[in-house]
Design a protein around this ligand. Structure first.
Ligand SMILES: [Zn+2]
Length: 335
């Protein structure tokens, strides 16, 4: 519980007020009740009470799903990047909300929080020189299999110390870290001249957040510690000595599908959601009626998917999409 104690806004230093009184993990059923505070000035939000770097290993290893690695699926997925119209497909699906797609052949790219290493495999195929950092030790197996340069640990270990990068990418990472200012500061010395940091993270200024309120999937409590909007992230970047070169919104269609699915579930504190736990219930052979229903549902879902895609692209065009994609450059006026 958060009492009357509010921190200052990390982006602008103004006062924070309670915005959501009670919220808990609705994905993996991690126990605990949190609140979300909102800055009275820039609208930045943060989860309270705060986690520390020391809290993270236990939190992630106990409640984050770690599945067996499906190498075939990973390779198939990575191969899509070389298919014709790959860029258009990503645009249509809203999956180009990931910084590494902005890398050019020959560039040196560091992907922080590279997870399954899909991004690294894709960059390899595109002729990009890449390095990764990942906290999850399970990822070592993947890195070794494909000969990828991945440091298991975090950026504060100063991995690949002799290497500077044209692009440092953080896909869905900055919202998780207890101290985003420290993270941005740690990256400054790792950029080449003219290098860029590219970050993707949920947007609290989005249409979906306003529509779904407490049920918005991107609160993702307590894993998401920081909830940014366009203004608050811009202020934070400036405070850290960066200029925002470009900022836009992109909504993955998958997020909207998950949003619709979870909105029909009963929420219960401490219970994992069916949508987020991959293992479905034991499959019985479907009855005729169920088969018929499945066909109808699939067709309906396809139509709904197309409509949703259309709506998401329109939201993105007007800057109200669910994910922000931000390009930062070191500030010219150093102080
Ligand atoms: Zn603020």
């Amino acid at each position: 519980m958060s009492g009357g104690q509010h921190q200052q806004c990390i982006a602008c230093g103004s006062k924070m007020r309670t915005f959501i009184e009670r919220i808990s993990d609705d994905r993996y059923g991690c126990p605990g009740v949190y609140s979300i505070d909102r800055c009275v000035s820039c609208g930045h939000m943060s989860t309270a009470p705060r986690l520390t770097e020391e809290d993270l290993p236990a939190l992630y290893s106990n409640y984050y799903p770690r599945r067996e690695i499906d190498f075939d699926a990973l390779e198939k997925e990575a191969a899509l990047v070389e298919k014709p119209l790959a860029g258009f497909r990503r645009w249509a699906a809203g999956t180009d909300n990931q910084g590494h797609y902005l890398a050019k052949p020959g560039q040196k790219v560091l992907d922080i929080g590279c997870g399954s290493c899909l991004s690294l495999l894709e960059m390899q195929k595109l002729g990009v020189q890449c390095w990764g950092v990942e906290a999850d030790p399970n990822v070592r197996t993947i890195a070794e299999k494909y000969g990828l340069r991945v440091h298991i640990g975090n950026i504060y270990d100063v991995p690949f110390a002799d290497q500077k990068f044209d692009l440092i990418v953080l896909n869905q990472v900055i919202e998780h870290v207890p101290d985003p200012l420290a993270m941005l500061a740690a990256l400054k010395g790792r950029l080449n001249e003219d290098g860029r940091v590219i970050l993707a993270f949920p947007n609290t200024g989005s249409f979906h957040r306003k529509l779904w309120k407490l049920r918005w999937i991107n609160w993702h409590i307590p894993y998401h510690q920081n909830h940014f909007n366009r203004t608050s992230f811009t202020l934070l970047a400036r405070k850290s000595g960066y200029d925002v070169k470009r900022i836009r919104t992109i909504t993955p269609n998958l997020w909207s599908v998950l949003q619709l699915r979870t909105s029909q579930e009963q929420r219960q504190e401490g219970r994992a959601s069916n949508t987020w736990s991959e293992s479905g219930s034991s499959q019985k052979p479907p009855s005729f009626v169920r088969k018929l229903r499945n066909v109808t549902v699939t067709r309906g879902a396809r139509l709904a998917g197309a409509m949703m895609g259309f709506m998401n692209r329109a939201l993105d065009a007007t800057g109200q999409g669910d994910s922000l994609l931000v390009e930062l450059r070191l500030s010219a006026t150093k102080n």
